[in-house]
Design a protein around this ligand. Structure first.
Ligand code: HT7
Ligand code: ZN
Length: 880
């Protein structure tokens, strides 16, 4: 397979001004007639041949301006259709036949349960018809759908329904027109026996928008939260970005078989049912929050992605990074800003930093790819969002808003680049972002090292800050980045006022105790004056940049930050760093053959945190959650992670923390009970979060506390509390307690596939030698289906990502199992197969005994005769 390079970008030689599609849907095949109104791009110097992308299509007819083409006038390959000579302007008519019912890749047109649906991003449209399937070709679509009326009463596409008729043969026809020109990746079609809830939204400009959520009849009662989230998103985008919705209807459809979370097709968003359906009885708090965030994300794409789209797929972060930033700010405004920031920083540090340090490392704007589906990554999405956040920090809120207004106004209806986005931000603010642009082109996570010096006599405090960035594939040397480092200084009685030498006090911060240092050189010094006591530096406030930070904090300093700093993120981070330092010490003790003993400083700090009822319980819970084993393995990569040692150390700390603060855990458990009817609101979510964490620690402290979990399980009226109790019983209870609870849960919920996915996921992470056998047998369970990505993610990815000790079994059986599943999915659903590979790509991070076993599975996969391009790219890069 050949790589595609950003450098090789060429504008299209032809445009398709109008696209008329006619679908005839049948059970054993579908026909697609495409009429494409084509026009030569006057700026193109290419010859007058036309290449259209197309895969897995059966060509049935081909004509230009009504004249059928002879066989020597075109050529078909497995990549597309080449027409040797075309005029300047012409109507191209293409008839194809496709087999959606056999399409297991979930790209293009396929069937999920009994409905037809599409997924065209990034390059799925070419499985529907021959087309210029690239985002810089934008076309006005008219779509006619014909199908059997009884089986498929609902026929949807983008834009407005302009015609409906019943046909004599039990079939019916609906025609849709979308007035907004769009690239093919935003095309969508749905046909099925669907039911909907409906609501309305009045836009700021006075438009009345009809909002509908289409689902199977049984799920009608699970749509209200998504509808509420949609209306909140529409209002928020008007208020915060001045963006108004631009059509009279907005539809969401839920489908069960979907490769990702959702898709922002113009006015017809298609959602993985797990990201739209929810109810208190079946969905956890986290599930409710996910639905709200994804509904918002897809809605926000209407401007950041659809009205202004990407020139090419190297610019993916233009829409994804910006939209993730927008949805993160929305979630922060809807709930707790600090908790949202902590959650995002955790994902970034535990997963994106790992990607940045691994064989698939790439810049936010990649320079080459073999398969674009492999680049829907944490780097493009989450690091991309951090890059936009840093622009927001550097410009300030007002100038950032002027920049986004300018960007949308300047590029409305265009397909543009990350560079266009940055230039709009510069033009609107006057801030020079020349050096900042490196965030788009350099891969790798910068390391910021801070050292300090306090001169008590001169009352001067100096920070020496250095930055570096490790080499990544294809990028051996890095230039310094522009890094906004938000910080403050903590004294005995609280945060100190800041006076940077040579600078007027920061006018923007009223209390003057927080500032943003701009790092631009390999080494810089920042001198603070009138510092009357030796401070503890409070660094990287709000996680102001996606960097690793190194400062030699003492444990006492971390305790001070943890209990007293003004910045919620820094407080959480101090708790994490303290835990890491204690875990390091325990690992050392275990290595030396000693009984682990846990520093009482840490245990006491945690106990007082737990007892402090003035704090946000959600933040307390996050501060007391220990880093995961997989994150600890990433941190230990340089010396070769030892999974058993990590596990033993973490268990020892968990037990010590559980037992040391048992009475505080019990108190927190009792006082955090929610008496009001369930609502997914910040206050209740916070209480349940602390209560369920307390339940877990109580079960770690004493076997008899399992009784609390059993009582909670029996009395639970919502899925958050029920599942939390089940998790505790299955992880900490006896075999019998665990089996009984799991069986009873299955009996109660077997009718609800999304609930059973949570049951599968929970079991994938169960401890003990029998874990792999359990996962294998669950793959044969009636509740499992290899064709459904949600089930594969829950059980298989759940096991390989969340069950570190059992996945890394010394006999390599965990790795062999994962490779087997990847092999089974390789040709059926290459996108999912490729995503499952992720844990194996980290083989260099582990001790050689495990690393070699992981590598052997990659080599086995590499030798498969029918390796998909998706899997090939990840396997081959991992072995380089
Ligand atoms: N823009 C959407 C991306 C997406 C996707 C990409 C590859 C394969 C399947 C997919 N489904 C959705 C989702 C989003 O970021 O909003
Ligand atoms: Zn997106």
């Amino acid at each position: 397979p050949r790589a595609t390079f950003l450098q090789e970008y060429q504008p299209p030689a032809y445009f398709i001004e109008r696209t008329e599609l006619a679908f005839d849907l049948y059970e054993d095949y579908t026909t697609v007639l495409a009429n494409l109104h084509c026009l030569r791009n006057a700026d193109s110097t290419a010859d007058n041949s036309l290449f259209l992308h197309g895969e897995e299509l059966e060509l049935q007819s081909l004509a230009i301006d009504g004249r059928p083409l002879a066989e020597d006038e075109y050529q078909i390959s497995d990549k597309g259709l080449l027409i040797h000579r075309v005029p300047e302007q012409f109507e191209l008519s293409i008839g194809t036949r496709i087999l959606p019912q056999d399409n297991a890749s979930l790209e293009g047109l396929y069937k999920s349960n009994k409905m037809f649906c599409t997924q065209c991003e990034a390059e799925g449209f070419r499985k529907i018809t021959y087309y210029l399937d690239r985002p810089d070709v934008m076309s006005e679509f008219t779509v006619t759908i014909e199908a059997e009326q009884a089986r498929y009463p609902v026929l949807l596409s983008n834009g407005n329904a302009i015609h409906e008729e019943s046909l004599a043969n039990g079939r019916h026809r609906v025609r849709w027109h979308d007035p907004h020109p769009k690239p093919s990746y935003l095309f969508a079609l749905v046909a099925g026996d669907l039911h909907y809830i409906e609501d309305h939204f009045h836009t700021m400009g006075g438009r009345e928008v009809c909002l509908r959520i289409f689902v199977e009849a049984k799920d009608l009662g699970k749509c209200q939260h998504a509808m509420d989230s949609l209306k909140k998103s529409m209002r928020w985008d008007e208020e915060v970005y001045g963006r108004e919705y631009d059509l009279d209807i907005f539809n969401i459809v839920a489908v069960d078989d979907f490769n990702m979370g959702a898709m922002e097709n113009k006015s017809l968003n298609i959602f993985n049912s797990s990201c739209v359906l929810c109810s208190p009885e079946t969905t956890t708090d986290a599930g409710f929050q996910t639905v709200e965030a994804i509904v918002a994300h897809e809605y926000f794409h209407n401007w950041s992605g659809n009205r202004v789209t990407c020139r090419d797929w190297f610019q993916l972060s233009l829409k994804e990074g910006f939209t993730v930033f927008r949805d993160a700010e929305f979630s922060a405004d809807m709930g707790s800003r600090t908790v949202k920031r902590v959650a995002d920083a955790t994902v970034l540090r535990s997963h994106q930093f790992a990607e940045d340090a691994g064989p698939m490392a790439h810049p936010v704007r990649p320079e080459s790819f073999i398969e674009i589906s492999n680049f829907y990554t944490l780097t493009v999405y989450e690091k991309g969002a951090e890059v936009v956040r840093m622009i927001h920090t550097l410009l300030g809120a007002e100038a950032f808003r002027r920049g986004s207004d300018l960007y949308f106004e300047r590029h409305d209806g265009q397909a543009v680049t990350c560079e266009d986005f940055v230039r709009a931000m510069e033009d609107a603010s006057g801030v020079d972002l020349t050096q900042f642009r490196r965030w788009y082109s350099q891969a790798g996570t910068p390391l910021v090292t801070v050292r300090d010096d306090y001169d008590a006599e001169a009352e001067r405090y100096t920070l020496t800050v250095t930055q570096s960035c490790p080499p990544t594939p294809g990028q051996p040397h890095k230039e310094p980045m522009l890094i906004p480092l938000a910080m403050g200084l903590l004294g005995e009685a609280g945060n100190l006022p800041l006076k940077l030498a040579g600078q007027a006090p920061d006018a923007e911060t009223a209390d003057n105790t927080s500032t943003v240092l701009l790092l631009s050189e390999p080494e810089q010094h920042f001198v603070f004056e009138q510092v009357r006591e030796r401070p503890v530096p409070s660094l990287l406030r709000g996680f102001s940049a996606p960097v690793r930070l190194d400062y030699n904090y003492s444990r006492a300093e971390l305790c001070a930050l943890m209990s007293r700093d003004d910045d919620g993120f820094v407080r959480w981070d101090a708790a994490q760093q303290l835990a890491l330092s204690v875990l390091d010490e325990i690992q050392q003790q275990l290595t030396d053959g000693q009984e682990p003993s846990v520093d009482p400083l840490y245990l006491d700090a945690c106990a007082s945190l737990l007892a402090d009822t003035s704090l946000d319980p959600a933040l307390v819970a996050e501060m007391l959650r220990l880093p995961t084993e997989s994150y600890l393995a990433e941190l230990a990569a340089a010396e070769g992670a030892d999974v058993e040692l990590i596990h033993r150390a973490r268990e020892a700390l968990e037990t010590a923390l559980a037992q040391h603060a048992e009475s505080q855990w019990l108190d927190a458990y009792r006082r955090s009970v929610v008496n009001a009817p369930y609502a997914p609101v910040a206050e209740q979510i916070a209480a349940r979060s602390l209560r369920n964490l307390s339940l877990y620690y109580l079960a770690c402290a004493k076997a008899q506390h399992i009784g609390l979990a059993q009582a909670q399980y029996a009395a639970a009226t919502n899925m958050t509390d029920r599942l939390a109790a089940l998790r505790v019983i299955s992880q900490r209870g006896t075999q019998q307690q665990s089996d009984e609870a799991l069986d009873s849960f299955y009996r109660d919920w077997q009718h609800d596939s999304l609930v059973i996915n949570q049951w599968l996921q929970l079991q994938s992470a169960m401890p003990g030698e029998g874990a792999l056998a359990r996962v294998r047998s669950l793959m044969d369970h009636e509740a499992f289906d290899l064709r459904n990505p949600n089930k594969v993610r829950a059980l298989v990815a759940g096991f390989s990502n969340n069950n570190s000790l059992q996945f890394h079994r010394p006999d390599g059986a965990g790795y062999a199992f994962l490779a087997e599943v990847i092999e089974q999915l390789n040709t059926r659903n290459p996108q999912i197969a490729s995503r499952l590979l992720n844990p194996l790509t980290r083989w260099r991070n582990y001790r050689p005994d495990r690393g070699e076993l992981m590598k052997a599975q990659l080599e086995r996969l590499a030798a498969l005769p029918d390796l998909s391009v998706d899997v090939y790219e990840v396997v081959s890069k991992s072995l380089q």
